[in-house]
Write a protein that binds this ligand. Sequence first.
Ligand code: DQA
Length: 147
Amino acid sequence: PLVLVVNGPNLNLLGTREPGTYGTETLADVEQRITVAATRLAVRTEFVQSNHEGVLIDAIHAARGRASGIIINAGAFTHTSVALRDAIAAVALPMVEVHLTNVHAREAFRHHSYLSDLAEAVIVGAGPLGYVFALELLAGRTAAHEA
Ligand code: DQA
């Protein structure tokens, strides 16, 4: 099984971006954690990060028929993008939404997500471990599916 891990705008700056809020691990560190978990869970992963909405949408489209699930931290597009939501709905793959921070404890404009009602699960505030939890969930779901 293949899981696509999608990171949206500004997440390329992890490690240096508002470290008090987002921590000091870089995106490469986070992806390394996911890779270690993927090996343990016997799933393959593909990573995409972009600051451009259309690039993220293209990556989601390309997952159709190839990936068995999607983990997405859409960054600020979470709160703005109907197009990203429609892309997730279109490919109809199990999706887990991840946010490093607890968005519900932050500004009101971060409380609404265009993705959450399409998600299998939403993991917020767990930091980089959130991606690992998401992978655990999708790996288990895939195994159940294939059994
Ligand atoms: C974020 C939360 C979003 O509100 C914010 O725009 C981000 C990161 C998170 O991982 O906590 O860029 O998705």
